[in-house]
Design a protein around this ligand. Sequence first.
Ligand SMILES: [Zn+2]
Length: 408
Amino acid sequence: MSTERAYLDDPFTFEFSAEITGQRKLGDGRTGLLLAKTYFYPTGGGQEHDSGTIGSANVIDVFADEAGDVIHVVDRDVNETEAQAIIDQTRRLAFMQHHSGQHLLTQAFQRIGNLETVSAKISIDSPSTIDLQTTQVGDEAIMRAEDWANSIIRQDRVVKSYWITDAQIPAVPFRRPPKVEGHIRVVEIDSLDYSACGGTHCTRTGMIGLVKVLRAERRGDKTRIYFYAGERAFQYLRACHTIVMKIAHEYDTNPEGILGALERQQEFLRTAQRELEDARAANTIAEARRLAESAEPFEGVRLVLASFRDRPAQELRTLASQMQGEPGLVGVLAAFDGSKISLAVACVVKVGVSANDLIRKQLAEINARGGGDARLAQGGGTTDEEHWRHIFDHSRNFVRELLANGKP
Ligand SMILES: [Zn+2]
């Protein structure tokens, strides 16, 4: 005889005297207790297990084995044959609210758009989910489903569970035909929804309290609906409300004014961004001009060797590209952030030195990589302070060699 599952007919007993009929060492080393009769719900049917205590031990997992026995996994040995068992009531109630809420929401999607639920997961630590057999569920459909479900909650309809036999199946307007045989447990929401289900449920829809969909997410040919019910839904909405009020306060407005304020702020930021880019461009042009003015006359070209601490590679490149317009110029720009050197080289085509050739010579010294074309090249790599201090030591030689190679 397998364990009597008393939670099926009485989901409100949270404390009972447990008759321990056996102990089992599980494959993973944990201990499982067998009871003659249990009010602990074992994981199954899309609903997670209850937790609580039996005697001095914590019940950390509950599952049913193949024979139908309910195994109560405990964190320490229990030697008594009779012990007081207590079920975590808050956790159980949250499961009941989410499971009944799921049946209701599933029925709601069925009614508003003929959207069939193909699977469901009742969990309370993360949002519960239902998977609908459709690739798209619009915001309006979600709102209509929520509205219907919550109106049934407010009507405080009765939720019944009872047993039928196979022969009685045709007489029950099941949402989906039952997959089990023999004795079938029906969970009925007051002539609105009939499901074959072994879960723990609220006894009236009012107990569900509230159903709130959080989001819809396409998954292959299905759409997953995430939702909260009951206490969890309320806590979620309260947290959202707190955030909204804080944002409204920051914007010095009310919740209704947030979107307008956000739009104005974005417009302001776009303008500021444009102005900043213009200012940066003007700065770079001015800086490139200053560097060119400080160029050293060298073998018939104007040579610029400039180094910077902590300057992004992108900035070096922009600066180098501005220098391309300076007559007779060969510019090597380098930046170091403590571990990485960035280089950018600009050469005016007429001088006969290729930026690409010059940067390759520079980078070969630090085993780094990079490249570009005759006018502009960039690159860099990881190196140390020692290399950085000597980064320009051979630059003049490189330029001289390249000039010599370039001559007919
Ligand atoms: Zn169910």
